[in-house]
Every structure is written in C-alpha cells, then in structure tokens.
Design a protein around this ligand. Sequence first.
Ligand code: 8YV
Length: 323
Amino acid sequence: MSGETALNRNTEKANVLVLGPLVPDMIEPVSAFANPVSYWKHNGVAECRAACGGDFRALVSTGESVVAREFLDELPLLEVIVNYGVGYDGIDMDAVAERNIKVTNTPDVLTEDVADLALVLAIALRRRIIQADRYVRDGKWESDGMMPYTDRFHGKRIGIAGLGRIGRAVARRLEGFDARIGYFDIARFDVPYQYFDNLGDLARDSDVLIVTMPGGSKTRGAINAEVLSSLGPEGSLVNVSRGSVVDEPALVEALRQGRIGGAALDVFANEPHVPAALTSMPNVILSPHTASGTWETRNAMRDLVVQNLRNWLEARPLVTPVN
Ligand code: 8YV
C-alpha cells in the first residue's frame, strides 16, 4: 500500500480530491485535517475513490483546471471546489450551481505579482531585453558593436483591458512611468484614467495593450483580428490573464503580417502547448504562465486554499467564496 493510500484509509477525515500538481507542500497541511488524494498520481476518479475507500466531498483545482459537467458527474457527493488561483473560468459554473456546490478562489494575494510580471514583460518587449542578453552571449557586442536602438517605455500610451484588481495594480505601477493610461471595462470607474467603451478604440490609442480581463465565455476571443489591427504595427500586446481572451490564430497572423509590433505572453489558449509559429518570432516573449509564480505568492495562495478547505469541512464561513 503506498504512503498516500495508507494515509487515505483514515476514514475519520473527509476525502479531498486534489487536481494539480500544485505547490509541493500543499498535500501536507491538508493531511492534517483531511484525506487528500492526488488526482495526477492515479488513473481517473474511480481509482482515486478506490485509493481512499470513499467518495469526495471537496475538490482542489487550479487556475488551469478544466472542471467540466461530466467530471462533476463522477463526484456525486461534492460540496465544495477550492480553486488555487483567482481565475476559475475552467469550472463549469452552471453545472456547479445546479449541484449546489460552493466555489472559492485566491484573490488579492497574487495581484501584485501578476502586475509586476505585466510590467516586466511590457518593458522587456519594448526594450528588447531578451535580444540584448543574447547579443552579449553571442559575442555580438564585441564583433558588431552597439546593439540596434529599441523603443522607449516610459511616457507611452498604455491601454489596460480590464480594470479589476490586477488591472488597477498595473495602472498604479504605470503612474511611476509617467504613462498615459487608458482602460476598457464593462463599466466606467472613478479613476484618473481615460475610459474607452470598446477594445478597438483603446487599442488604437495605445502603444502597449495590457490584457488583465478575466477568462470565460464573455471574454473569449475579445482581442480579435480587428483589435490587433487597431493596435498597429508599432503596438505591443501583453497578456497576463487568460489565453482564451486573445484569438490566438489571429494573433499569430497579425504578428506574421506585421500588423502588430510584438507580443509578450504569459498565457496561451491550450497550455502548455504554444503555437510553433510563436516560438520562432523574435518580436515575441513567451512565459510559461508564471505571473503568480513566486514563493511568497504561491505560499499565500496555498494557505488560502487550506483555510477555505478547513473552514468548509468544519462548517465555518468560507474566506473567499465566489458563489
Ligand atoms: C494559476 C492563475 O492558478 O490565479 C490564476 O487564475 O492562473 C494562476 O495563478 C497558477 O498557475 C496555479 O495553477
């Protein structure tokens, strides 16, 4: 009997199915009050159920998990989904509502790290930091002399698509760069930034368009061919939200045809798959969905997941419910 199986035979604790893998030390704190079963170590739900000898009351998912109706059908006793991530667009919320399942996420704790990475990507793209590093390593500095000039970042027109928590944290940072900030959202807010009621106009008025809107059916493909053309051949796209928000084939085409200047992407439509065309483009920076991936933030996310789970199992109010 494996260690996990032996642990999970403790029938006094609730069985928790953990999708992932998550942070390495997620399982240990959960083991203190529940029976976690690592989905990725088994072959399907039936095998997980066999490992702990019972059904699951709780599910831990990630920002990338797809929790479809059919999957929920396999978990008839499920009461709560504790998501390790702020975005829960992979969860079928209609199916969740029909089953009266509660969902929690991890807002706030990751906001500042995601905003940091958005700025890092934007500046790296404009100032060609990746190329500069390669220039030195390849000995070009010595052989060819000065590297070609790059584009300025500070003082530029920056468009923020989605002024939620992360969008606002991006805007706060941009104030320090004397940026002219514009934003699009479904509502206008009382903020000192210019409001655009559509993405095309925002893109047209931006040197850099930073995407921070949530994923899901309402925003799918929102950054389409038309928006990209509006951004223009000198414009840069940065995406730290969800791959689904950008029409990826349209982005590849826009880059190929020079209809936009470049893109820095932390998220993709079909992770971890990245379209081959993007990997060969010099004006593209690729990052493996790592915006919240610092020890500090991931530990805080883990703690929030553990607290939500614990509260649920002890019938106390959830810390960060979304429904
Ligand atoms: C992931 C994210 O959750 O918060 C989100 O919505 O996409 C990320 O923080 C993270 O990669 C862990 O899976």
